[in-house]
Design a protein around this ligand. Sequence first.
Ligand code: C2E
Ligand code: CA
Ligand code: CA
Length: 948
Amino acid sequence: MFAFLAALFQFTAPASAVEPIKISKEDTALDLTGAVQIMHDQGDSVQVSTAPGADGIVRRIEVQADKNKRSSGNWAAFAIANPTDEQIDRLIVAPHYRLVKSGFVWPDLGSQRISSITPSEGFALDRQVSPDADVFLITINPGSVITLVAEMASPNLPQLYLWEPDAYKDTINAYTLYRGILLGISGLLALFLTILFVVRGTSLFPAAAALAWAVLAYICVDFGFWNKLIAITPGNEQMWRAGTEVALAASFLIFLFTYLNLNRWHDHFSYGAVAWVLGLMMLSGVAIFDPPVAAGIARISFALTVICGIVIIGILSLRSYDRAIMLIPTWLIIAIWMTGAWLTVSGRLDNDIVQPALGGGLVLIVLLIGFTVMQHAFAGGVLRVGLFSDMERQALAVIGSGDIVWDWDVPRDRVVTTPDISTYLGTAASSLLGPVRNWLPVMHGDDRDRFRTTLDAILENRRGRIHQTFRLRANDGHYHWYHLRARPVIGSDGEIVRCVGTLNNVTEQKKAEERLLHDAVHDNLTGLPNRELFLDRLANVMSMSYNESRLKPTVFVIDIDRFKQVNDSLGMSAGDTILLTISRRLFRLMKPQDTLSRLSSDQFGLILASESDPAKVAAFAEALRQAIRAPISYAKREIVLTASVGLLTWTANAANAEDMIKDAELAMYQAKRFGGDRIEPFRPSFRAIGSDKLQLESDLRRAIERKEITIAYQPIVNLQDGTIAGFEALMRWEHPRRGPISPSEFIPIAENSGLIVPLGLFAMQQSANDLFNWQENLSRPNLFVSVNLSSTQLIRQDLLSDVRAILSRTHVTKGTLKLELTESVLMENPEQSAHMLNELRSMGVGLSLDDFGTGYSSLSYLTRFPIDMIKIDRSFVKGDKPQKTTLLRSIIRMAQDLELKVVAEGVESEQDAMQLREMGCEYVQSFLFGQPMSADSAAQLLNGQSVE
Ligand code: C2E
Ligand code: CA
Ligand code: CA
């Protein structure tokens, strides 16, 4: 302030002299900014050439800085001329801060501009009180030209105005009103949004409220309202300004993030945004030390937020995210505001109203955001705000659950459902409202009585609960399952006034339950019953069979041979397709009483209840085999599969379903063992093949040397005269610990282990020896002995040499040592068998076909083998079925045509024997005609007969 005139020089005006600005009485505001000459780094004093006065003389003055303060060394000089003849009072005004031209990065955040102004004549100017500008009063005499030298407090002087004092006061007042209104609105907004946050508690409101507070703070500082609240020293102003800009930038970012729920879209957004906000928070610390840096970064951050916002809102709007769409208008205003602000700070937009206008713009933006946010908050209707009563809560819960309220007004007998149930059933509106009996006609017949009795019970007892599932018929004829849960409401007189509860459509659950039940007992590939259901059905059929003699079910276990290869070479899905094809083929063979099931991956089970006759069962088994054998087309390939079939027909002593299936499985495994593509009826001997098979096998190895094995002879009797024509040699094993073991049990073990070869050889040798004895000693040269032969023996080439050796040692009559083979043994390898049989025949061995009728039973192929005798299986002979005679007659006739001798096995009565004789059957072998016996007993028997 105390600068003073030090010297006065007199010389002609230099080029650097300041140009005076002429003022007039009418001017209210004159912009001096352009006419000010700024001088930097001048030190404590400056020399200035004055504008030429009225006398035309340019003087040179020197101005000294205030000694009490450190001089900035920056000076400004300007000149004012009063050409009028009146004295004029003017205010020189230099605002501390101007947004205009403040700069985008490292902005000028304002400060005191002028410390003092020294005129070329007179005393230093009086400083007027003003919080946000340096204001000096100057009085200019008529006709004078004054050069003024200002000591600057900062390097820049953004603006310098010459104001008419009254006009200045008016303008300030006008702006004060405007600012007051804006501050009021913005303060209310901030308060309102904060209160909403407290009430509603969603994250939207704190974000919006924070933004509102930041804007309020910003305009408080900008409008110079801040220093009315806090005493701000001139230097601190910058800090506050930078601080509010940082707060603004941060709150904008937070708002954008929370409003758009960006954390929901991707975690990266959250991390990025949190880092960004943290950065801005640290920036508020920077604002204390270096406000321009903090403000610069805040402005960049703000610009980035707006640009990111545009991109994100664009993308999310395209995805029809409603919040993004609703933010579009607000963000558009923000973008426009930012452009305006940028034009301003960079100086492209320069006028006096732009700064307060931008402040107003901010308030407008917060207002818009407030609206947008509130729209969301209240979009759910009035109920979403505030508290509601328990009643309302329960009502809402029922609506939310989708249940129907079922309300029966008992005294008036009126049922009301909300919503009306008839809309769900498609029946006429309100058709089910009214008396409760209206419900009965649409209710499923099976559910009516239960429904009625439950309601009656409730009315009678005046308590209880309705918990009922029933079916209601919809208009389209389908039934819908509903579950009714209700309880009575008792009136003051103790009577029921209402029954209220909910009605719930449970059709889906019911269907799912049924599906689960079905899936639990059905195979999901073929839809056939699974093992559990199969067992259950079998148990049912079995229990029925005890009471009904005609019902004799047969269980089949069908296993596809080498199915693993199909899966391995063609893939699982091909395997599935093929299994499906097979299951359909099998299914077509069945009658309604029969059951087909898939027991495991490639194993089917079948209960044949529709047939009980063994021949029909055999035919069915053959049909099964053929059905599987038929080529299957898959992916332009023909696949031929075979199956091993085990079967077991029910007998009165069958234990249980489980065991029946196990036995049928054993038979199936036996069929597999024989090479597959085969039907094997169960025989008890199969049971041995598993369990203690190994022990028996090792015992059997030593059986021959320990002489545990013997041969029993069962007579084969001539029907004509009752004499013994020969014997069948049957192997006997007297086990040291177990006692006698049936050949049905140990022969399969011997066959599987290869022990059948030495055993069979022993049987042949022993039989040949005994036969030779009898032929020689008892003079029965035509007596024959038939020895059983297994398939394992037949395929061995050694058989021929063995037999040849036996025959050479024991000279039995040609053709009297016979070998018995079953059809299945022959059919296992027909070519090889035919060859072997021919060789044996040429050696003079008789050949007998055993168990005829249980296998293929086709006599036509028998011509291929050189056999001389057939033994009709006892299953054909015993019993008294009507077709029996016809069948036997035709078999015997055919045998005669082929010149084969016929033995009937298992004849149970004399009557049958007579009948067989009439038919032309020559021999019989059965317990009736002679039990298997030792060689000695046989000799005695023969002896007795030869005596006769
Ligand atoms: P198979 O060849 O059919 O022999 C006849 C079986 O029927 C014998 O049972 C015999 O005792 C029995 N049988 C005879 N008459 C009657 C009758 O009126 N009613 C009934 N229910 N059964 C009768 P076994 O001795 O238990 O022999 C069973 C099977 O063992 C034989 O059946 C045969 O296949 C096999 N087998 C026995 N000995 C030998 C042998 O030395 N070698 C071979 N490879 N197998 C043998
Ligand atoms: Ca036999
Ligand atoms: Ca037999």
